[in-house]
Design a protein around this ligand. Structure first.
Ligand code: ACO
Length: 368
């Protein structure tokens, strides 16, 4: 059975930064409260329509392919984890596939809120281990700023926008993604919701008027749930891989709140500096937070070939999960494979197909 290695990684955040002081001009809050209660100092926020979940996801995925030295046309599968898709359909994964020029890839979205990247990574690894795919791109992308009520200080201070992506590749060399756990408890679904615009409550004047298109959260209960599950999920993933917690060089948790990570550290009896934390810079980017933290850990030299780590997260659903990973790095020894060439070819092919579809429509339209 092949192993599923993480061989490429990338991230993208929009340039606009919103600091706690900026927020204090919008809602009744202040920098000290936000830092004390969450650890967050600033977050990145999309501006106009040129920035979206698909554009951020594409940029992260393209970077990841560059690191892996892999052509988009070699990708078999793209899994995009997001709670803020570009549309209900088509899937954001398909928009990213088209932008990349990943002409052979299957593509689908997966929704497990902030735990989504762990679920998506696990699914991508299973596709490789079962032999149905060799090269998989897993993207986590969010633009939660488009769904927060900017007059609700309980939620608007928490979230930021961004994307992260990994390339997974098959290899007979041991390493990569080992054991993991995925859990859910739908009885807590009402603790964190965005109810408007789905099939139960399609968008109407009433759904907009009553704020159903915004995120609603019982922060205290979500906090309680998160502190209960993080340490246990980490231990379960480690046990499923036949490792010990002491084997871990670093733990990369979902970046929601410093106090939640601190509670996990205490639960695991591990020093807090074993945890990668960058939520002060980005806020809670939901499913993108684990890959963004991983990219920065790799850039800072905190993840080296052979290091053992656990990705662990929780989110709406309720969902939670963890994956044990032995860090690899690029497998390819080929000279640069120019992913840009595939991307341009893919764009040209996409344009050609759109034109052909338009011409066919005109011709068939005339014949009817
Ligand atoms: N600025 C100033 N004061 C505030 C703010 C704010 N932004 N927000 C709330 N307060 C006030 C409250 O009104 C309350 O005042 P009161 O005592 O007079 O009523 C006081 O501060 C304490 O509020 P709490 O809600 O008790 O604050 P708490 O310590 O629980 O922190 C927080 C709130 C940060 C939201 C915390 O509960 C939390 O992090 N929960 C987890 C949230 C989370 O991680 N969500 C994402 C899940 S992942 C996903 O799927 C997207």
């Amino acid at each position: 059975m092949p192993y599923a290695h993480i061989t490429g990684w990338g991230m993208s955040v929009p340039p606009k930064v919103l600091t706690n002081d900026d927020l204090s001009k919008i809602v009744d809050t202040n920098d000290e409260w936000i830092r004390d209660r969450t650890g967050i100092r600033q977050r990145h926020i999309v501006e106009d329509e040129s920035q979206s979940s698909a554009t951020l996801g594409f940029e992260a995925a393209f970077q990841a392919l560059r690191v892996a030295n892999l052509r988009p046309s070699d990708v078999d599968l793209i899994i995009c984890s997001t709670s803020t898709p570009e549309h209900i359909f088509p899937a954001t994964a398909c928009l990213i596939q088209d932008q990349l020029g990943a002409t052979r890839a299957g593509a689908f979205d997966l929704l497990a809120a902030c735990s989504g990247f762990i679920y998506a990574l696990n699914m991508g690894a299973q596709a490789i281990k079962s032999g149905s795919a060799k090269n998989v791109v897993v993207v986590g992308t969010e633009t939660l700023s488009r769904f927060v009520d900017w007059s609700d200080r309980n939620t608007c201070i928490l979230f930021g926008d961004g994307a992260g992506a990994f390339v997974l590749q098959a290899s007979d060399e041991p390493g990569g993604i080992y054991g993991g756990v995925m859990h859910s408890d739908g009885s807590g679904g009402d603790l964190l919701t965005l109810l408007g615009g789905g099939s139960r409550h399609p968008a109407t004047e009433l759904t907009v008027h009553t704020g159903m298109h915004y995120i609603h959260m019982d922060g205290k209960e979500v906090f309680r749930f998160a502190t209960r599950v993080m340490a246990q999920a980490t231990m379960d993933a480690v046990a499923a891989s036949g490792w010990k917690v002491e084997d871990l060089s670093i733990i990369i948790p979902h970046q929601a709140n410093y106090r939640i990570i601190d509670a996990a550290a205490r639960g695991l009896k591990m020093p807090i500096d074993k945890f990668m934390i960058n939520l002060d810079q980005y806020g809670n980017t939901s499913t993108a937070s684990i890959p963004i933290a991983t990219v920065e850990a790799a850039q800072q030299g905190r993840l080296k070939k052979g290091d053992k780590t656990v990705f662990v997260g929780f989110g709406a659903g309720l969902t939670w999960g963890a994956l044990a990973v032995e860090w690899t790095g690029p497998l390819s020894t080929e000279k640069s494979v120019h992913p840009e060439r595939d991307r341009l070819y893919g764009r040209a092919r996409s344009l050609y197909r759109r034109i052909v579809r338009k011409i066919e429509k005109i011709i068939w339209g005339r014949n009817e």
